[in-house]
Design a protein around this ligand. Sequence first.
Ligand code: G3H
Length: 539
Amino acid sequence: MSVADRLVFPDPAGLPADLALAGPVEQREYLVDGEIRLWEGPMQEVASPICVETPTGPVQRVIGSFPLFGAKEALATLEAAVRAWDNGRGPWATMSVADRIAHVEGFVHRMIARRAEVVKLLMWEIAKSRADSEKEFDRTVDYVRDTIDALKDLDRTSSRFVIQQGIIGQVRRAPLGVVLCAGPYNDPLNETFTILIPALIMGNTVVFKPPRLGVLLHRPLLEAFRDSFPPGVVNTVYGSGRETMTPLMASGKVNVFAFIGTSGAADALKKAHPQPHRLRSVLGLEAKNPAIVLPDADLDLAVRECVLGSLSFNGQRCTAIKIVFVHSRVADDFLRRLSKAVAELKVGMPWEDGVAITPLPEPGKTGYLSELVREAVRLGGRVVNEGGGTVRGTFFYPAIVYPTSPESRLYREEQFGPVVPVLPFEDLEEPIRYVVESKYGQQLSIFGTDAEVIARLIDPMVNQVCRLNINSQCQRGPDAFPFTGRKDSAEGTLSVSDALRVFTIRTLVAAKDNPLNKAIITRTVRDRLSNFVSTDFIL
Ligand code: G3H
């Protein structure tokens, strides 16, 4: 079957019953001040990447709509979070850690009950395969549970006094205030929650804006948020980032900007804040992670990991391998195997078993990728796999481009899609120079079998990227590992335990060691008068 014949959209009548959408999901609800309110203003239509076949070709199916807030409504939502924070005096900010944990446990329990709806909408909104959508949901639940455990650990070590140079102190981590949270479309649930949940559990209040593509899938969780947290602790904003997030930042009332997206958007939003020194930023940004295939690499393994690394979820991962340097001695063999592996990937709808390549949700994305490939071909490359770059509707069949010219956009730009640029090297200095000169510094994969060569690369390269993967694709997980980047790839470090730190500030209560102060501290602890000065030990 030709590649073009494989790029087919389903007949809506033939969809399995649990996947069919009864009708468009019109989401008018938004959460503010502990209430789910109904939006009466303009709405944004949601077009699924999953098209309907028509006599004139595939057309994106409209699956719903969501509120399009303006600055006024976004600011009103922010005010709810500001009131709930109440200058650090609000019930959530001053609550005991054990009680906050109980609220988050309640949330996760309610969240699990909505799993099927969220997974279904993940498939319809961003065409993530069912297996990966389920993994995203379950990984998020695990992340919340691991966060609770990490906080218990942190709290246990803070539940004691230290006495230094005649001063008694108790040191804890205190919340920072109002957090503006916005995640990316490719992991709309997981990556958003890796910032939202730690921010919340540490006592901050949150304004949360779901990603532009991936709004409806958060709708089933609105009641869980409303029923699990005090009013104003979680509030939602919808609409264009520029229209809503810019005025929020310009208000000066956002204390933490937690954002996973592009560095351009992050920079513009940070600049909108009138007192940048008061703003903490936690950013996950773009990357162009290279793979380096050495001449002695196990090519089967390298190909397997490069396919996973560059094409999982169609390459729409910030951690994806986005360029491959292969030693010229093994380049032909590598390309042959890579093309074969790509040809074996199943193309289809997200709910099909074993599917790997699905339609792309971003408007204009197939045109952008085609342009990148066209330019790389003009500059001396060719598409080496059969049918590579074929477009049908929102489908873009993976294209392996070789050799990719250093003059091409594909060499530098983060394609964030199913195009695999490959180029040969003779001298290891060539890929090293690429990493050094890159704007990005997230991760790197190195494929080889000689420990000496690999070890010689490790020491300089760990000062360029924040994770070096040996014979393994680039990835974020396990979530206990630090996830960050240098240069334009990140600000701050996220992991289950690091995230608890980035949304807080070390704060202490201290007293000169004398009988009066000892009596005050003893009575405070014994009669549980404070949630901060406390030796309660959470088991
Ligand atoms: O966009 C970033 C990635 O999705 C991070 O997570 O490596 O687990 O896909 P991942």
